[in-house]
Design a protein around this ligand. Structure first.
Ligand code: PAF
Length: 282
């Protein structure tokens, strides 16, 4: 496994890979790798000849009051996990190389970036889209791997790829959960023991919604109310949003009679957690 910090060097190296018609799978991360990331890496390895992982805590996607400085950075462990998962190349740039003096170009995916998580995290998705566009240009992968846990991010990146003609396929893989249902997230390390218990209410709320739908409930607002009621019982939980949206434009739907997604953002203490589940019809 090679660790490369310079975008130009990585790009040149990967040109060789492409010239010999070997496919490249790419997993962008901010490090603090957990089994959710590893499932993306493993899938990338099954689908491609070469696997590239980027580890970069991207400052432009953090608001000024957010956790950029305390975001976990267990680099040694991350590199060991990558090695074990048979990653070929780790791209490990620093902020100065990604955003040099004078940097002035941003990618803004309109509308999709302003709703749901975008409401309480203004500018977040602009930062995400910008860094992913840069990474796609540097790595030029055949397939980009993302997790369903960050559903809005995946929809926005898919939109950007389409709108800006990036020649890359996108694969979104299912959320990996603990046995107790908690969706894996690098931010779970912020939770204390009590908060970990309260955080289970996110996946429980999604299970409740699923079972209401399975039993014939089609009224989105009733389902949302039941979710809010359940989450409201937890002392440390503060709801940011609960929404049921279509899968492409993320517009709220009233009636559950099409493929859609139930999405939640909830603060447990100071930690903001998100989760979602897909409702599909075939
Ligand atoms: O999902 C993440 O970890 C980040 O938002 C991403 C896609 C690596 C961009 O910084």
């Amino acid at each position: 496994m090679r660790v490369i910090r310079d975008p130009g060097k990585l790009n040149r190296l990967l040109k060789g890979v492409r010239r010999s018609a070997r496919s490249i799978g790419f997993v962008p991360t901010m490090g603090a790798l957990h089994p959710g990331h590893l499932s993306l890496i493993k899938q990338a390895g099954r689908d491609n000849d070469t696997v590239v992982v980027s580890i970069f805590v991207n400052p432009t996607q953090f608001g000024s009051q957010e956790d950029l400085n305390k975001y976990p950075r267990p680099l040694k462990n991350d590199l060991a996990l990558c090695r074990k998962a048979r990653v070929d190349l780790v791209f490990l740039p620093d902020s100065k190389i990604m955003y040099p003096e004078g940097f002035a170009t941003f990618v803004n995916v309109e509308k999709l970036g302003d709703i749901l998580c975008g409401t309480s995290r203004p500018g977040h998705f602009r930062g995400v889209a910008t860094v992913v566009a840069k990474l796609l240009n540097i790595v030029a992968p055949d397939v980009l791997y993302l997790g369903q846990k960050d559903a809005q991010q995946s929809v926005i990146i898919a939109r950007m790829i389409k709108d800006l003609n990036f020649p890359v396929k996108i694969r979104v893989l299912p959320t990996v959960r603990q046995k107790d249902g908690l969706a894996l997230s690098s931010r779970n390390v912020y939770l204390n023991e009590d908060q970990k218990l309260d955080a289970l209410v996110l996946s429980k709320a999604l299970c409740l919604a699923k079972s209401l739908i399975d039993h014939g409930q089609t009224d989105a607002s009733r389902i949302i109310n039941r979710i809010k009621e359940l989450i409201g019982k937890k002392k440390q939980a503060r709801i940011d949003y609960v929404a049921i949206v279509d899968l492409e434009k993320l517009r709220q739907i009233k009636k559950i009679n099409q493929d859609c997604m139930i999405c939640l953002a909830v603060k447990i203490g100071k930690t903001r957690l998100i989760d979602n589940c897909l409702i599909t019809y075939d």
